[in-house]
Design a protein around this ligand. Structure first.
Ligand SMILES: Cc1ncc(COP(=O)(O)O)c(C=O)c1O
Length: 394
């Protein structure tokens, strides 16, 4: 009964898929391709020493509040790192966040009134859908093909609508959930389209540094001459999701508003985490971990696609990602991967995320996301074999 007291947005938001995922992944007998977690074997033991050092020598800073936008040295470190990656960034345009999802949350807080239009690619990150839902956004989905977001379709949509969307949210590199990459021509066109129409373009680059095959492509941010891109970065996949640290690089007109809302959200991100990431970064450990992660992911991607070939064969299609954590599987024929999830976990002891979780309109019935980053190498084939059984393919 007390639920009646909830605000409309809480009554309307029923998507708890993300929370369910975290629960599922904890059951020891289940092979879980569900949560987008890094493999803890990639975490570096050197971090222990750094942690002790920080608590011994920098306790005054580590256990204290930090400035709202983050410790200046950490912001400088991020700006230098982005610079090296071809993305000119100024320290004053960078704000540290408690994970990049907080970055998106704060962006929504600044831009969105209930009912405002936001454009996403479909499928897209389910955490982003939840955040947008919580701000009562009207989500417009533009489809993807094998080369990522279909920018032509976005152009068509924008030409045909009288209402300007508040922003476009995209994951151009090793997309979650599909692993796809937006090609260069479309990257240029997307930046140009948003610049010409003055629509903020949110680039979520959670996986961009985790390429293990193919050719490096410029980020949208590095193609952005007119300050239209708002860039979301995170330490979660390259260092540790446990430190809960990400960052936003935002144009001048936006950064101060973000800082204001950050203050009323959580005041500041953990100083201890910031120092840990900074020290690991300046000692080259983040780059070392990225190398280890890339190798580990490549091995797991290969094991996953080989097993899909063996057990799914002609019964479906899947993406062969060149980086990141995911393979997106489409099963031929009428299946409902959402309905199949419960028996998958309870009877077959295998978990995944159903396709519909990644579509604002809950389509994608015959699709599923397979995250191969956390599953131990020796269990990948068995896990895919169990998945094939779920869909009566083996
Ligand atoms: C595309 C994308 N963006 C953002 C996030 C959130 O990451 P963080 O841990 O930095 O909040 C994730 C996590 O899976 C992700 O896949």
């Amino acid at each position: 009964m007390m639920e009646e007291m909830f605000a409309l947005r809480a009554k309307q938001t029923g998507n708890s898929d993300l929370a369910e995922l975290f629960k599922l992944s904890e059951r020891p007998d289940v092979i879980s391709f569900a949560g987008g977690f890094p493999d803890p074997q990639w975490f570096l033991p050197e971090v222990e020493e750094i942690g002790l050092e920080i608590l011994r020598d920098k306790r005054d800073v580590a256990l204290q509040y930090s400035p709202v936008p983050g410790l200046t040295r950490v912001r400088e470190f991020i700006a230098r790192r982005m610079d090296k990656q071809g993305m000119p960034a100024r320290t004053e345009n960078i704000m540290i966040t408690s994970g990049s999802l907080q970055g998106l949350d704060l962006i929504c807080k600044v831009f969105l009134d209930p009912g405002d239009l936001v454009v996403v690619e479909a499928p897209t990150y389910l955490g982003a859908i939840s955040v947008l839902d919580s701000y009562e956004a009207e989500i417009v989905s533009i489809p993807c093909d094998s080369e990522g977001l279909m920018v032509d379709k976005l152009e068509e949509y924008l030409a045909g609508t009288a209402v300007k969307p508040k922003f476009v949210y995209t994951i151009p590199t090793f997309q979650n959930p599909s692993g796809r990459v937006l090609n260069l021509e479309r990257r240029k066109k997307l930046v140009e389209l948003c610049s010409n129409r003055q629509i903020p373009l949110i680039e979520d680059n959670a996986y961009g540094e985790l390429r293990y095959s193919g050719k490096e492509l410029p980020t949208l941010k590095s193609l952005d001459a007119r300050d239209i891109v708002v860039y979301l970065g995170t330490f979660s996949k390259i260092f540790s999701p446990g430190v809960r640290l990400g960052w936003i690089s935002a144009p001048g007109y936006l950064i101060n508003k973000l800082i204001l809302f950050k203050q009323s959200s959580d005041q500041t991100s953990s100083s201890l985490s910031q120092l840990l990431a900074l020290e690991a970064g300046t000692r080259g450990l983040i780059e070392k971990q990225i190398e280890i992660t890339r190798k580990g992911l490549k091995l797991k991607r290969d094991l996953t696609v080989n097993a899909l070939e063996k057990y799914f064969g002609d019964n479906g299609q899947w993406t062969v990602s060149e980086g990141g954590f995911y393979t997106w599987v489409q099963i031929n024929g009428p299946v409902d991967t959402y309905k199949a999830l419960e028996p998958a976990v309870k009877e077959h002891k295998v978990a995944y995320v159903a396709g519909r979780s990644f579509y604002p309109d809950r389509s994608g019935e015959n699709c599923l996301r397979v995250c191969f980053s956390l599953v131990k190498e020796d269990y990948i084939e068995e896990g895919i074999k169990r998945l094939a059984r779920v869909f009566s393919l083996a």
